[in-house]
Design a protein around this ligand. Structure first.
Ligand SMILES: *Cc1c(COP(=O)(O)O)cnc(C)c1O
Length: 408
């Protein structure tokens, strides 16, 4: 080995990374440096191959370097990468998204999920002329100041309740309520009338996979409607992941504002939020809620996103979700045989593996045993794992064998 990549990275990048969980703090040891990916695999700088269950934190749905996706990226790159002027690709992707999310009558693209959440919250405050926002414990909505309060995995990994640098005055405008507690939400709404919006992950994926209860989401829908507050579904992770149309389709609940990200950029930076025209028209240039972005609706992201989404339909998800289900039932049996108390929770093609005793310690051991065996899990016990359409039975059987032979 020539240069130690991790030592070098730490000399030049804050903490050696550009997003904290990548630093392996929760699992110990040094992060592996990825060089390339193909289908279900990623390859590190020593050319070691791993079955990838991180998949860029769920952003990759079809597998790495999917041919039609890389083709359109290369094609667009030759024609220019950013213009700061309208392109037809933005309209095309918006039109495609509306097929799956009809409630997003008008859409605006951003460069990340965080940015979309930040803008959606500003829009909700602008529309309602109210300041208070309600979120739920354990839900992550990106690193937006107002929402970095009790926000799940990244912070849990680092043992932080919330981030320094968020003004007390701002945090005070955010109320955090317990997830899946309809009664708690009801009580809060009885006493507070100044709520601009309620933001929720309809299937929480950042504190382990925790689907919301139907009656919880229904109660939020009812409360927000009666009180003229907006209901915001953060589907950055669940959108195009749990099924066509996201969690809102599964639960048959129409939020006022939907936020997307991850999958819709085909592996390139993206975010989006959308709602009925009457809400979205409050945004500049039509309305007085300012929102902008130099690289928003970037041609490469739009092209990659369209290449992924245009191949999807309700039918796409059945085999992927079934493969996930089978894989996880087999894994449960293996853990049981090996006397490991593990709770696996799933939604569509995402899941978490929770060790019931000594969670962090046992996950750490499992993570490293799997890593050495050529299986890459997200490096934190709280993060969700994902399958792509490229994870076939062959790779999955291989992983099951490794879980059986390698874990101790
Ligand atoms: C990933 C994620 C975000 C943030 O998106 P970024 O692109 O990382 O800024 C927001 N909300 C949820 C539910 C997410 O999973």
């Amino acid at each position: 080995m020539a240069l130690n990549s991790w030592v070098e990275a730490q000399r030049h990048l804050a903490g050696g990374v550009n997003s904290p969980v990548r630093a392996f703090k929760a699992v110990g040891g040094e992060p592996v440096f990825i060089q390339s990916g193909k289908g279900p695999y990623i390859f590190d700088n020593q050319n070691r191959r791993y079955v990838d269950f991180c998949l860029s934190w769920g952003a990759i749905l079809l597998g790495h370097a999917y041919p039609s996706v890389t083709r359109v990226i290369a094609h667009q790159a030759k024609k220019g990468t950013s213009f700061g002027a309208p392109t037809e690709a933005e309209t095309a992707l918006a039109r495609e998204i509306k097929k799956a999310f009809p409630g997003m009558e008008k859409i605006r693209f951003t460069s990340s999920g965080t940015e979309a959440v930040m803008s959606a919250v500003r829009l909700a405050r602008g529309v309602t002329k109210r300041d208070r926002i309600v979120k739920f414990e354990g839900c992550y909505h990106g690193h937006v100041d107002s929402l970095l309060v009790k926000a799940g995995s990244g912070l849990a990994t680092l043992g932080l309740a919330e981030s320094a640098g968020v003004p007390e005055e701002l945090a005070r405008l955010t109320t955090v309520l317990p997830y899946n507690d309809a009664r708690g939400a009801q009580k809060f709404f009885q006493k507070n009338k100044d709520i601009a919006c309620v933001i929720v992950e309809p299937i929480a994926a950042n504190m382990g996979v925790v689907p919301a209860k139907q009656e919880f989401l229904e109660e939020l829908r009812k409360l927000t409607k009666i009180n003229d507050s907006l209901l915001v579904f953060d589907e950055v992770i669940t959108g195009y992941r749990v099924g066509y149309g996201g969690a809102q389709h599964l639960y048959k609940i129409d939020p006022d504002i939907t936020i997307l990200g991850k999958i819709i950029g085909g592996g390139l930076p993206v975010g989006a939020f959308g709602a009925k025209a009457g809400i979205m028209d409050h945004l500049a240039p039509l309305g007085n809620v300012y929102q902008a972005g130099t690289l928003s609706g970037n041609p490469l992201s739009m092209a990659a996103g369209l290449a992924v989404l245009s191949g999807l339909s309700k039918k796409f998800y059945a085999p992927l979700n079934a493969r996930t289900k089978n894989f996880l039932s087999e894994a449960r049996l293996i853990f049981k045989k090996k006397n490991k108390k593990v709770a696996i929770r799933e939604a569509g093609s995402m899941f978490t593996t929770f060790f019931e005793d000594k969670r962090t310690e046992n996950f750490r051991r499992f993570f490293h045993q799997m890593l050495s065996a050529g299986v890459y899990f997200p490096p934190s016990a709280f993060e969700a794992s994902f399958l792509s359409a490229a994870h076939t039975e062959r790779e999955l059987d291989g992983v099951l064998k490794k879980i059986f032979t390698k874990i101790s």
